[in-house]
Design a binder for this molecule. Sequence first.
Ligand SMILES: Cc1cc2nc3c(=O)[nH]c(=O)nc-3n(C[C@H](O)[C@H](O)[C@H](O)COP(=O)(O)OP(=O)(O)OC[C@H]3O[C@@H](n4cnc5c(N)ncnc54)[C@H](O)[C@@H]3O)c2cc1C
Length: 411
Amino acid sequence: MRPEQTVTAEVLVVGAGAAGIAAAVAASRIGARVVVVERGALTGGKATAAMVGTICGIYLRGGSEARYAMNGFPREFCEQLAGRSGTHAVAGVRGLWFLPYAYDAFEELGTWLLNETGVELRTSTSIESCHAEGDRLVSAAARGRDGLTEIRAASMVDCSGTGLLAELSGAPMIRTQRYQRPAQVFCMRGVRANEESALNMAVNRAMLRADPTGHGSVSVVPGSLREGQVCLKIAFSEQVEEGADLDVLQANGQRMAGEMAALLKEGVEAFHGAEVSTVAPEVGVRTQQRAQGRYTLEQEDVMTCRKFADGVANGAWPIEFWGAERNVAMRYFGEGEHYQVPAGALRAATLSNLFLAGRTISATEQAIASARVIGTCLGTGYAAGVLAATAALRKDMDAAIESVRRAQVYI
Ligand SMILES: Cc1cc2nc3c(=O)[nH]c(=O)nc-3n(C[C@H](O)[C@H](O)[C@H](O)COP(=O)(O)OP(=O)(O)OC[C@H]3O[C@@H](n4cnc5c(N)ncnc54)[C@H](O)[C@@H]3O)c2cc1C
């Protein structure tokens, strides 16, 4: 079908999750004309639609106070988000620091930043196809309220979470037979508890009594207990098969939320009389297929805290792998340590003007189990935005990489 209108931009960003927000702001701040296309009605991606609730990977592990793992935009975003949410860094198990946030504050901050930097944001609009000529993407077709629009852009940043632009253009992808176990978040109000860890233990005990439901475990989302409301995360017991029907997964998540809420009301005193206030509209799918980059980040890079000459973002979260086993497998590197994500992992292998960010950077399934956290997504998003704008504006790429390193990598 022929597009009804054509829009031109220097940089097209697909997806307005954590990575897309960062990429668009970065590209716009260095002078590019940016269009962001987002399938959902709101910004934030998984951080808001799957109600993730905590930013991980933005602080180094260990220490008596939280120390940022990155400066620049990721830090700026988290400081503003903490202010808007009325939250602060919290120390969890094994010295892991994280930032709880309010979902509406994340969405409002993301949208505000895009507006403030002059980015054109098209929500409720979905990329359906793209067109490549030689080794370059030329345009993408987006379907929104006003029909089909052709968006022509000099550079594109794929922040879709699924390597969408690479897949649509037939570029090489990273796939595995199974992806990590997803989760469904829901919140309950009217909960009579003041202490989150005691509530979490009571939830765990009730689940152990009720098991085997075969539905996996339920835990309190850290930092979410406020004014009689708490959010809970149901871990699915099965991994996601390649090519699985996400609508089925979604329906299962919604059904499980209802079942688990009933179980908690019945089995945990603090939940007697409580009711479900929200069920996350999207099931939390952690990883999916990704685009193949010029470099693929590996488990060894993460675990040895490897630094690269073109390292453009820092990763500070351990490998958190939701595999087939009942419990999540955590692999820690040293306290106070971090690895770097090289620019090569943010550049598509075969398309010269396609950049990758967030949970769809070029990384193995083990490495992405660390690099997919929101803190790192903000860093790879910002870096990919600068690189994409630099290519579009025909500026010096080596100088751009060094500017990103100065902005956020040197800590
Ligand atoms: C259950 C769960 C728990 C997690 N817990 C934590 C945690 O505690 N802390 C933490 O830091 N991280 C956590 N994560 C990881 C983190 O939330 C995500 O990896 C991160 O938010 C991904 O950001 P992103 O911008 O790369 O992608 P996404 O947030 O997935 O954004 C992709 C965006 O692209 C849009 N899109 C997709 N296709 C199209 C299309 N065709 N056209 C237009 N737009 C499109 C989507 O609508 C979406 O908004 C968790 C993830 C899950 C699933």
